[in-house]
Design a protein around this ligand. Sequence first.
Ligand code: SAM
Length: 269
Amino acid sequence: MAERIDLYDSTYSHFTRQVLETTRKETFGQDIGQNSWTTIEEYDRFISWLDLQPEHHVLEVASGSGGPAQYVANRLNCRVTGIDANEAGVATANQSIANSDLADRITFKVADANSPLPFDDNSFDAILCIDSMNHFPDRLKVFQEWRRVLRPSRRAVFTDPVVITGPVTNDELALRSSIGFFLFVPLGVNEELIEAAGFRLLKHEDVSANAAMVSRRWYESRQRHKDALVKIEGEERFAGVQQFFATVHSLTSERRLSRIVYLVEKHDR
Ligand SMILES: C[S@@+](CC[C@H](N)C(=O)[O-])C[C@H]1O[C@@H](n2cnc3c(N)ncnc32)[C@H](O)[C@@H]1O
């Protein structure tokens, strides 16, 4: 049975350390502070689906280090609110916008996406949620909350990085979920819950290739910088994280766990 591995606390607490910046650059090409399977090319494509204008307000659910939210605010000139359950992530995000001219357009707060969101009805023009849906146990409730805070006819884009599309062993599932709570669903469940919550599914696409590429590059880059990383993480955690990335790579490249992106739109009931 796989041991529980801390990925988020340690990563966000040391986010600006040189070796972490180097491994992100080697992994993603352009480092926007992402801690997921997305690259800038992919992120640009996802946000282009949201039909955003400068006056719009975006909610990023599970905003991590805050880097991707800042990228969206800069690129589209819009407002962004990011929530994440990880206090170290939100602290890193707040530090990175302190004294910047983005501070009046971006807000980060600690909030659990599983709970009622701390926002009024019809507050946002779009929702973005990258590689995090698998951490929320009651997906229908999460979608219902998204629908409540979204303005009518507005859109949300999210990825589910662990959709079951092939045979997976118990050890593989345990390794894939060694970093925290995980909900695995087979193909078709997201589609049903999206409709049940009052959204229309506009598009869904298999984007496993990005996760297969990023997990391989991340593994290889970390291996090259092993000595510096072990000083931060210790031998045991370094090995656990490497095993995690290797498992993500084999499961996604073989399409046994697939990463799917969904674009949905709130409709009137
Ligand atoms: C794979 S990371 C993705 C972060 C970010 N979206 C990105 O692309 O860099 C998953 C994120 O989900 C957050 N998370 C996990 N459970 C959560 C919850 N219940 N509510 C809010 N955020 C949560 C973690 O703290 C982490 O930042």
